[in-house]
Design a protein around this ligand. Structure first.
Ligand SMILES: [Zn+2]
Ligand SMILES: [Zn+2]
Ligand SMILES: [Zn+2]
Length: 355
């Protein structure tokens, strides 16, 4: 089989074109021979190999018996066409999609072994794009061998979200027989993902509870200060509040609760759960309220005084208060700017009305 020799045309327009002899117009003779598994010999130039890969540079820098003798580098265990493609890439860093499809795996392995970052990036990207249920376990093993975190994580995610299907692949069966540690790692990852999902769900539910409480606090102030459809302060101008409240659902629920609280015979002490809830909402308001002297919410000052006498609330209550305050801050931050300004003027209006 005649050796492959890379013609200087390949090199003349690359960053390596320094090797091109400007005066004679000739490219120096090939001085490295690469031997592949299939017996293919590839002739190449040491200056180009050495400047592309620190590993090749160190191989080429080793002392030799005869300074002038040709150096031989074996690159075995990879199809010879893949090696030829790899060497060509060192001359001109371009590969067609078709070549990548066919030899992406080998190029990743070669780029890892010979430390060629841009080829590694390119082949990783291609392999990620072509991930499939059928090859994902093999790709995971490759990613681990070649220390490619991007590919590794993509594979883990794909396996984790398609585990039922992956279990039937040849790759998975092979892995179970030959690499129990990696199998364990995958199962752990799936468990962690499940846990993370559960935790996120729980956090979201909690967050929505705090948001509801925060909205209830807003409504409580609004009802007790300016009044709403059916409940309001004694000096409320009922003519003024004909329109539908902007937080109708929460506000109406709260108004029903307030009316109940005002008329219930059993009260919180008597074990009425609705009154107890209202009582907690008044207490929560008082913990959040920063203007107790001007505030028109019932029991606000009483709760403040009680908290002072008791030297503060207990830790769990303080945590609840902090979460509700944070939820309020988050909603006001996530409102678009114009809405926020409207709200701010709204609040100013409420403040002066309260005085
Ligand atoms: Zn309202
Ligand atoms: Zn009651
Ligand atoms: Zn208050």
């Amino acid at each position: 089989m005649p050796p492959i020799e890379f013609p200087y045309e390949l090199v003349a327009n690359t960053p390596f074109s320094d090797n091109f002899d400007q005066i004679s117009g000739e490219f120096p003779d090939a001085d490295v021979k690469i031997i592949t598994s299939g017996g293919l010999r590839i002739l190449a130039h040491r200056s180009i190999l050495a400047s592309s890969s620190p590993v090749l540079e160190s191989i080429l820098g080793r002392p030799r018996k005869h300074r002038s003798s040709e150096i031989t580098i074996p690159i075995l265990g990879v199809p010879c066409d893949a090696v030829a493609l790899f060497v060509r890439f060192l001359y001109r860093p371009k590969c067609t999609e078709e070549e990548m499809d066919k030899y992406g795996i080998h190029l990743l392995a070669l780029s890892h072994v010979f430390l060629i970052p841009h080829l590694k990036q390119r082949s990783t990207k291609v392999l990620i794009e072509r991930l499939m249920i059928d090859n994902v376990v093999d790709m995971l093993q490759l990613a681990r061998l070649c220390d490619t975190p991007d590919l590794y994580l993509k594979c883990m995610k794909m396996i984790s979200s398609n585990f039922k299907a992956v279990e039937y692949t040849e790759g998975w069966k092979f892995l179970q027989d030959h690499d129990p540690w990696l199998e364990l790692k995958i199962l752990e990852y799936i468990d962690e993902t499940e846990l993370r999902k559960k935790k996120t769900r729980r956090n979201r539910e909690e967050q929505s509870l705090y948001l509801q409480l925060s909205e209830a606090m807003e409504c409580l102030e609004h009802i007790c200060t300016e009044g709403c459809t059916s409940v309001g302060p004694y000096d409320m101008d009922r003519q003024k509040n004909k329109g539908l409240c902007s937080k109708f659902t929460t506000c109406q629920g709260l108004q029903i609760l307030i009316r109940h609280f005002a008329t219930c015979k059993r009260r919180a002490n008597g074990g009425c759960s609705r009154c107890k809830r209202m009582w907690q909402l008044f207490r929560l308001h008082s913990s959040i309220c920063d203007q107790p002297d001007l505030c028109r919410v019932p029991l606000c000052r009483q709760f403040k005084l009680k908290a002072q006498v008791k030297k503060g609330d207990d830790a769990r209550w303080r945590l609840l208060v902090r979460k509700v305050v944070t939820a309020k801050a988050i909603t006001s931050l996530s409102l678009p700017k114009r809405k926020r300004e409207e709200e701010a003027t709204d609040h100013l209006g409420v403040g002066s009305f309260g005085r």
